[in-house]
Design a protein around this ligand. Sequence first.
Ligand SMILES: [Zn+2]
Length: 197
Amino acid sequence: MNWDALKQSDLDGDDIYGMRDFENEMLAALINREKGREYSSNNREKMNAYSRKWQREHPEYGREKARQRYARNPEYSREKARQWYRAHPEVSRMREKTRRAREFNAAGADYLTQEKLDARWDYYGRKCYLCGADATATDHVKPLARGGAQWPCNLRPICKRCNSIKHATWPYDFEKHRELVKQEGKRCAKRSELCVK
Ligand SMILES: [Zn+2]
């Protein structure tokens, strides 16, 4: 919580956070240390929400704090970052996707978000669009390497096996692929067989 800015905003008389009444109430209580402590513990949730809202609207403040924290103890900050990325693997995956799409100069590279990708997966019931098995990856129907786009319409969930068969083959014989994966003996269909001549 940036109390200095908060007090300043009150002095200036601007309702910059759109929460004037709550700010005044908080300030009045926090002027007295004892009272302030009691007020804080009784209004924890409301104050946290206020704090989050404030920080969202002032990202430069959070960045500055993070810079200071990092300067004080870089190893601690790095470890915290590692923990955060471990707990949010989808963020790393999305960054990797965007990085790769940019590398290929794909249209829509910066348009894709986790929500939009999730919507594509949900549309296909989170199953491989070629064989119906549980999906493990996202396929670029027209491969990035062949000039395919990163628009959601070019993205579908795919299973490991179908992905390794299809890979970056283009143009692709989807019908033949579906037939081949149905026949157990043809598990490792050659990619060249599936390219439409
Ligand atoms: Zn499949």
